[in-house]
Design a protein around this ligand. Structure first.
Ligand code: F6P
Length: 371
């Protein structure tokens, strides 16, 4: 499949994130204007290139008005035929769908793929190289945990929604002297909880990287009360877990990750004797209009992906590094997540402000009761 590029295909894979459509728009426009290539949209991720291909041509008019639109016009698939399975500790992939996709790509005259997806999708794209499919990746996740990338698009929108929720919870918590727990997304990384907690003035931030104890959370609440604040706000990543507990919390009804916020509310309520409530933000963080920051980042990522292909480079993922756009190789970032380092400057900043993380370090800050 070597040779000059005339046609590229684009697909969105994994959970959606605000800004996906802005990437699609930027890829189509840059491919058309800067390179003179045609673009094919693939529906429902990699799945759209097996069986009867689900594809459609995308030109400037097909992507008009997409910049502020949430979701993805191409649709996405989270778990499909391309996922790796763990067998005896080894990651194993069924080669059949990969071969079928490669054959379809060749037959359809697609010279390269732009894959917009998280670490799992970049792993699939990386594997496709072994079947002769050229690809460049664009990272996507609201969790902001793609390895090698300082900020992914979608994160700023999720953060904005979570911060607004914390602002709103403050007034109702203060009116009733309650503990309000907000559960936000963040399976393995607590970036949304950490940033929204700092920006939204939370009193306790619980993240997967720092296991918590109910006692430490309750201590922060009672210490606040001791100092004259009769309400407390806790923001909790869905992937947070209790120290010496049973690991992450899954919902009984759906089997999906979540429910730790309700556990924290009920336990902290019991220990402190205060009224406690939980709010689960869930997919509200992923839906709707991207913020201006995410639209711009998504557009820069899309344009950069086309430029990488135009330079004859493949197997790379476009990333942000500070204010610049760069790349990392697909195998480098596939399957890896960028978690919050427990000694991160933001954690220190939070602790310095008296924000608790539900760990021992918080307890050492608690003053002795006045005699
Ligand atoms: O995009 C990652 C994420 O937001 C995780 O934090 C969360 O666990 C997951 O998506 C939920 O996705 P879905 O409900 O679509 O499977």
């Amino acid at each position: 499949m070597a040779g000059p590029i005339r046609r590229i295909a684009i697909l969105t894979s994994g959970g959606d994130a605000p800004g996906l459509n802005a990437v699609i728009r930027a890829v189509v426009k840059t491919a058309e204007v800067e390179c003179g290539w045609s673009v094919t949209g693939v529906e429902h991720g990699f799945e759209g290139l097996i069986g009867k291909p689900r594809i459609r041509p995308l030109d400037g008019s097909a992507v008009a008005g997409l910049l502020p639109r949430g979701g993805t016009i191409l649709g996405s698939t989270n778990k499909g035929h391309f996922s790796a399975m763990r067998v005896d500790g080894e990651l194993v992939r069924d080669p059949a769908p990969y071969k079928e996709l490669a054959a379809n790509v060749k037959r359809l005259g697609i010279d390269a793929l732009v894959v917009i997806g998280g670490e799992g999708s970049q792993g699939i794209a990386s594997e496709l190289a072994r079947f002769g499919v050229r690809a460049v990746g664009v990272p996507k996740t609201i969790d902001n945990d793609l390895w090698g990338c300082d900020q992914t698009f979608g994160f700023d929108t999720a953060l904005t929604v979570a911060t607004e929720a914390l602002d709103r919870l403050h007034t109702t918590a203060a009116s009733h002297d309650r503990v309000m727990v907000l559960e936000v997304m963040g399976r393995d990384a607590g970036w949304i909880a950490l940033h929204s907690g700092l920006g939204g003035g939370a009193d306790v931030i619980l993240i997967p990287e720092i296991p918590f104890t109910v006692e430490a959370v309750a201590s922060t609440v009672t210490t606040r009360e001791f100092r004259g604040s009769n309400f407390s706000i806790v923001v909790c990543a869905e992937g947070a877990s209790e120290r010496d507990g049973g690991g992450q919390t899954y919902q009984e009804t759906t089997g999906t990750l979540g429910g730790v916020g309700a556990y924290v509310a009920s336990q902290v309520g019991k220990v402190t004797g205060k009224d406690a409530r939980v709010v689960v933000l869930g997919h509200l963080q992923r839906g709707g209009m991207p913020t201006p920051f995410d639209r711009i980042l998504a557009t820069r990522f899309g344009a950069a992906a086309v430029r990488v292909l135009a330079e004859g480079r493949y197997g790379e993922v476009v990333v942000s590094r500070g204010l610049e756009i760069g790349t990392v190789t697909m195998p480098e970032c596939a399957g890896k997540v960028r978690t919050v380092p427990p000694d991160h400057e933001m954690i220190r900043t939070c602790r310095g402000l008296g924000i608790g993380f539900g760990d021992e370090e918080d307890e050492s800050l608690i003053p002795e009761p006045l005699a």
